[in-house]
Ligand binder design. Structure first.
Ligand code: ZN
Length: 454
């Protein structure tokens, strides 16, 4: 058993002071507010439920900063995607693992305790499978074993280049599987997952309505009756038009009418929705997987937040392209995208209340649900997914306790994070990951080998 002592903590029922918290087997097994610290307790200032990062493509971290140069003509999401394809052509398994470990470490240091890895890089550069089909899934899991992050691994079904079963392009060969090979890959990955701690999970991710077909989607859903289901949806207007033309309905409308969407599902982006789609998605129980920094970086557009929240929709956040790993910036970008569109303030809260609390607690609960983790609040029996922040930081020290999450989201940076426990694994201490130097050294070596090949 591990014990913590926090000067204050946000429990499921609200703020408490002088909390002793016990962790056994990765879960919270004791909560005693108004206590005194005992010898052997790990002491922290302010303890919060940690967030899940519900959407990541780990390898894209190494491309950060390579796509911010304007070429003649108008740059777009689609030119960014072309560069991403060229980049993937040169990645080897060692590079995939080294980059994944780096970005998982950065996530933990930012205060995330888990990640949904939406994993579509499966094969060798020429499209041939590796000798072991799930080689690159194994590498993501090996990175998780190194970093201690709570992994929800989401192998991606990617079969087509567009609606109507358009054959894959050359740049997509490393991603491609038909349904049979995909199911074999998921089975292999599920086997490998047994080497990770028990909180790690596997789900499936049909890439998008563009990259699968209605028939294939039904087949994989029937074959995988449990675990999270994630899908990219309505990120770009061009995608909405393509689905409308090819399938006869807008993407979210089509999915809700043709798939058993419920609280197992996470709809990534869901940017371009009508009011009716927004309300229907909220009612489905699915989590909206919002990726505000990436959506801003790629020029996707703002989420329809006010309607979605008013309809009781669940949401979480993800770092997606991993151009920048910052939990606080992710949440504030989400709110600022709404303010800029609506020429308004304090948008993402229903009725009256703290926007920071609405964003943080909402993303904690929704993110955990999307990753299939029993987490998202500090309560008995929940996973010990915990983050400690330094309430004496200049960004926080002037605030009342009920303003702390506003300070964290709008005024602070991730440097206020002191300690992180992922299902009880104490991976960040004093703001640094416990294996930081080794992970950094391996990443630098991998990048030095990769760069000349680009
Ligand atoms: Zn994505």
């Amino acid at each position: 058993m591990v014990t913590l002592f926090a000067k204050r903590a946000l429990l499921a029922e609200g703020w408490v002071e002088n909390l002793r918290l016990e962790i056994t087997g990765g879960a919270v097994t004791g909560l005693t507010p108004d206590s005194a610290a005992q010898p052997g307790d790990t002491r922290v200032d302010t303890l919060l439920p940690a967030l899940a990062n519900l959407h990541s493509h780990a390898f894209q971290r190494a491309m950060a900063g390579m796509t911010e140069y304007r070429l003649a003509g108008r740059d777009s999401f689609w030119t960014w995607r072309d560069l991403m394809y060229r980049f993937t052509a040169h990645l080897d398994p060692e590079g995939v693992e080294a980059i994944a470990a780096l970005v998982q470490m950065e996530m933990l240091e930012a205060g995330y305790t888990s990640v949904g890895e939406f994993h579509y890089l499966h094969h060798q550069p020429d499209g041939q499978p590796y000798a072991r089909l799930a080689e690159l899934s194994d590498r993501i899991m090996a990175a998780a074993a190194t970093t201690g992050i709570g992994l929800t691994h989401l192998p991606v079904l990617y079969s087509y280049a567009g609606v109507g079963e358009v054959p894959l392009e050359a740049g997509q060969r490393r991603f491609g599987n038909n349904v049979d090979r995909f199911c074999a890959l998921v089975d292999q990955a599920r086997g490998a997952l047994r080497d990770l701690p028990g909180d790690c999970r596997i789900g499936i991710a049909p890439h998008s309505l563009r990259a699968t077909s209605p028939r294939d989607l039904n087949t994989v859903l029937a074959a995988h009756g449990e675990g999270p289901v994630h899908i990219h949806i309505s990120e770009q207007p061009k995608e909405v038009e393509e689905v409308l033309t090819g399938l006869g309905a807008r993407p979210v409308d089509w999915l809700l009418d043709n798939a058993p969407v419920d609280d197992r599902w996470c709809l990534i982006h869901a940017t371009h929705m009508t009011e009716a789609e927004t309300r229907a998605m909220a009612a489905s129980g699915a989590v909206a997987g919002l990726c505000p920094i990436t959506e801003a970086n790629l020029g996707d557009g703002p989420f329809n937040g006010p309607t979605y929240l008013a309809a009781g929709g669940a949401f979480g956040v993800g770092s997606d392209s991993n151009v920048r790993i910052s939990l606080t910036e992710e949440l504030r970008t989400l709110e600022y995208s709404q303010r800029l569109r609506d020429l308004s303030r304090n948008v993402l809260v229903v009725g009256e209340g703290s926007v920071g609390q609405s964003l943080y607690s909402g993303a904690a609960r929704g993110g955990a649900r999307a990753l299939g983790r029993r987490a998202g609040q500090i309560a008995l029996g929940q996973l010990a997914d915990l983050v400690a922040v330094d309430g004496t930081d200049p960004a926080l020290c002037a605030l009342e306790v009920d303003q702390l999450l506003d300070g964290l989201v709008f005024a602070a940076s991730d440097r206020v994070v002191t300690d992180v426990w992922a299902a009880g694994r104490h991976q960040v201490r004093g703001g640094r990951h416990v294996a930081r130097e080794a992970i950094l050294a391996r990443y630098r070596t991998a990048i030095a080998e990769l760069l000349p090949r680009l």
